[in-house]
Design a protein around this ligand. Structure first.
Ligand SMILES: [Fe+2]
Ligand SMILES: [Fe+2]
Length: 144
């Protein structure tokens, strides 16, 4: 049985991001300075997570089934771009104290998280060998 090191680590990081997202929800309606402080932390962790995925993980992934494997990566990157754009819109709306699409954003994040945890990471842990995983883990530890 191969190790699930990458899946385990990324599930843990997903958990951290979901918790921070819930903190944002709870902080809405508080004083602007408090809401923005919570949002800053959430944004920092989410952007770091996406950076790790795109620069340390996806780039090191050489799928066995090329057609299937390489189809998944651009799709995930497109979802990241969508998430990052919405993050920027959300920051602007919060600053201007305008309503935000929190539920829609949360749904998008949760669907993306599930897709990675069910379809991407288990496959990656299966297909990469120990030294490739160690290289990825080393890069991740430089950022986390
Ligand atoms: Fe992602
Ligand atoms: Fe992720």
């Amino acid at each position: 049985m191969k190790s699930t090191a990458i899946l385990d680590l990324m599930i843990k990081d997903h958990g951290k991001i979901v918790k921070l997202l819930l903190d944002v929800e709870k902080s809405i309606g508080m004083e602007l300075i408090s809401t923005m402080k919570v949002f800053d932390t959430f944004e920092w962790e989410l952007e770091k997570h996406i950076f790790i995925e795109e620069k340390a993980i996806f780039t090191s992934y050489k799928p066995i089934n090329i057609v299937e494997g390489y189809k998944m990566v651009p799709e995930l990157i497109q979802q990241h771009n969508d998430i990052l754009n919405r993050l920027r819109v959300m920051r602007k709306n919060l600053m201007w104290q305008r309503p935000i699409d929190y539920d829609e954003f949360k749904e998008l994040i949760m669907a993306h998280k599930t897709f990675e945890e069910v379809s991407l990471y288990p496959k990656l842990d299966q297909e990469l060998d120990a030294s490739q995983k160690e290289e990825i883990m080393k890069k991740i530890r430089e950022i986390i």
